[in-house]
Ligand binder design. Structure first.
Ligand SMILES: [Zn+2]
Length: 81
């Protein structure tokens, strides 16, 4: 959807790009939705958190939503070992 500019569900081409996904934390604090991976998952301490925010592409016709990591390289741990 991000690359094709077309909804895979209804084939509408009016796509709302790069919408920010608002998450609400405790105390109703708004923050951008993010995803994370952790280095040293077995460690009790010093789990190194790798995090990126997420943006959404939304079909203006049927409402279908696709999520994309803003910086996917940030959470990619495959290069480490
Ligand atoms: Zn659609």
């Amino acid at each position: 959807m991000k690359r094709t500019g077309k909804c895979p569900k209804c084939e509408c081409t009016n796509i709302i790009a790069d919408a920010k996904v608002i998450d609400r934390a405790h105390g109703n604090i708004q923050q951008e939705l993010s995803i994370a991976t952790f280095r040293n998952p077995g460690a009790l301490f010093f789990k190194e958190k790798q995090e990126t925010t997420v943006s959404a592409w939304v079909c203006s016709s049927c409402g279908y939503v696709e999520f994309y990591a803003d910086h996917p390289g940030t959470i990619d741990l495959s290069e480490d070992e």
